[in-house]
Unconditional design. Structure first.
Length: 199
């Protein structure tokens, strides 16, 4: 089954803008904007949703949960059930401290790896969804608390790198949606092969 639901993980509210944990929202916002789509708040799903009517293919739905990161799965699971989509029809776009900033990695298995949004997806959706993992590492300083690190804002140099890398993020996501996880893994993961695997 092709991917028909794409969830960008993040936290709502201005205080979370440009934080590392919201990189998934930055990328999905840019992708939806590139397609000329508009977000619509759908209270029954506790989310903002944008619908993409693909020529000759099933519609694809983009979602930004408004539940805060730790409850992301509640919104995504509700949407998946409403549209009768299994986990393999879902992709999650989110930040990953185990991958260097500017890199992307695609996987379909593994644990949450300490990411509360992914843990919520596993709880409410199940396993098998595609994971579009956006690097935000390495954690500096290494002893910094994980929560403090992911909720901190990017510095200007990091924001500049993200802007430069945005076309790569969008092209990779486009490949994932058009061709599926395996081709996306083959192309994108070669660039990320030196980073540690999440377990």
């Amino acid at each position: 089954m092709s991917i028909s639901l794409v969830a960008g993980l993040g936290n709502p509210g201005r205080e979370y803008e440009n934080t590392r944990h919201n990189l998934g929202w930055v990328v999905i916002d840019a992708f939806v904007h590139q397609l000329g789509l508009a977000w619509k708040k759908q209270a029954q799903f506790e989310a903002q949703v944008a619908r993409w009517d693909r020529p000759g293919r099933a519609s694809c739905y983009f979602v930004k949960p408004l539940t805060f990161m730790n409850e992301s799965g509640r919104a995504v699971g509700a949407l998946a059930r409403f549209y009768k989509l299994g986990p393999t029809a879902v992709a999650a776009v989110y930040d990953d401290t185990n991958i260097d900033l500017g890199r992307v990695k695609v996987t379909t298995t593994g644990s949450a790896g300490g990411h509360n949004g992914v843990a919520s997806l596993l709880e409410h959706l199940g396993t098998g969804f595609a994971r579009y993992r956006l690097g935000i590492g390495p954690r500096q300083p290494p002893q910094m608390d994980l929560k403090d690190f992911v909720l901190a804002k990017f510095d200007p140099a990091q924001l500049s790198l993200i802007q430069q890398t945005l076309p790569h993020y969008l092209n990779g996501l486009s490949l994932l949606l058009s061709d599926g996880p395996d081709p996306a893994m083959n192309l994108l993961n070669r660039r990320a092969k030196n980073e540690p695997e999440q377990t």
